[in-house]
Design a protein around this ligand. Sequence first.
Ligand SMILES: C[S@@+](CC[C@H](N)C(=O)[O-])C[C@H]1O[C@@H](n2cnc3c(N)ncnc32)[C@H](O)[C@@H]1O
Ligand code: SF4
Length: 499
Amino acid sequence: MGVVHLPVLDPAPAEAAELVEIQLGHMCNNRCVFCSSGQATEMGQALPMDLAPVLGALERAKRQRARKVTFLGGEPTLQRAFLPALRRATDLGFEEIEIFTNGVKAARRSFVDEVAAIGPFSWRFSIQGGNLQAHDEAVVKPGAFLRICRAMDNVREHGHRITANACINELSYRSLPDYVALVKRYGIEQLHIDVVRPSSAGQRTDEYLGEVMPRHVDMAPYFDEMLTAFEAWDPSFDVNVGNFPYCLLPKWSHRIHHGGMDTLTLAADLENDLTEKDKYEAQHSDKLHGPRCRACAFERQCSGVFDAYVRIHGTDELRPITATAWAALDASGERAALVEGARSVAAALGVGPEAMRVDEPGLSFDDRGVRVMVAPRGQAGLAVGRTGALDMVVSVVATLGQQEAEAWVDRARGEVPWDVAPRAVWIAALMGTDHVARGRAAIAELVGRARAGVRHEPNPTWPGVRVVGTSGEVEDVRIAWPGAPELLVRDDAAPSIRK
Ligand SMILES: C[S@@+](CC[C@H](N)C(=O)[O-])C[C@H]1O[C@@H](n2cnc3c(N)ncnc32)[C@H](O)[C@@H]1O
Ligand code: SF4
């Protein structure tokens, strides 16, 4: 048995958040239709921010060993405190310093040069539509799109990292597919698209919110078109969608997030006093499920829809989806194989079928202390099966104790159903590869090496895999991996299990 990472569902909370966001007041030079800061500026309520509290917040973040700090607002670049804050953050040596901006000021080359003279930064641009019309209408500023494009060109010239964010709304959702060209053109490394959060929209009536918040069901085809195009271009590109109900884009569930990394947000009130806020808790406190959501395979990881949304549009569009229906959404059959495999592992462990979820860890666990789930890649827990974007994860709760937990994990691994799933899936799974196709390629490579007489060397693609020998001339290659049955590989590199 290889190293067992004890997967726990409820790890002790970290001492402090790794990521700290500091809101530099509310002053803004755009008037985005969904934003409280633009509205506060319009109403003459937004004030300049003093430097002292910002420096205090930076020192504290450093003491608490934050890795990354983000400056946002309002529009942070408008504040007198902005450049001194960047200097101090640079001196304090944070691993990453991010500027979250609407890009209006950075359209001026000399401004970006001044910032870049302080140090290298990450720039998170708010591109509020995939094209000129959508962006300019959403930020209520003609010319804003051309400015943000110039800003990205300026930043690229300095080689700084660019990511992007958007709050998609009635004026912009039809432009979603156009983000693909922007990402390619400006070298955007990551794109997050959120829907309108009523709690961040300022003082608005339901009538107003109804005009800017489209129904999810109307937006879904545009999200689908955009995500399909990104997938076709580069499946590893990091595009994700915030707060969208899983049941309306089930095929893209691994791209949807209802939460995020632990982030400490120091939010400014209208007096610019900075107070600590748990960003994701605050974002979920005004969300509701529909009456039918209990029957949905995503119920536990889905935080629902905003209460203002429910008042305006209701919950009729929310349709529970079963794990089986979700599994069938994958033409290649890998997802179905993963779910089928999870079912039989769960059954073998004595975990009831109700504990098998399409899920994220950490939110719930069944009372026997063990849970089998099919989850987006990279989640805590031991991945015993794997396809391109998803893992089959076995998790045990911390209260079980190390030994008992390891015993469960051993049993789970022993129960991987070799005959249920297409073999290549499980082979790729047990070998820890990223994708079945890659798994096949790697098997072919291993076989090639074995035939060339290379043996017993660590393999960079599959750490822990050893070619243990050949039998006959070049006919058979046996591949052994800790905890998995030995594979027998013949000429065509289609491996079989050596019983
Ligand atoms: C508040 S702005 C501050 C930084 C800067 N002014 C900018 O636009 O990037 C940060 C992000 O918050 C998002 N945002 C603002 N209001 C929102 C709302 N009601 N719902 C969801 N996101 C919102 C915007 O899309 C923007 O990308
Ligand atoms: S999203 Fe940013 S640019 Fe738009 S109004 Fe709010 S603070 Fe200003």
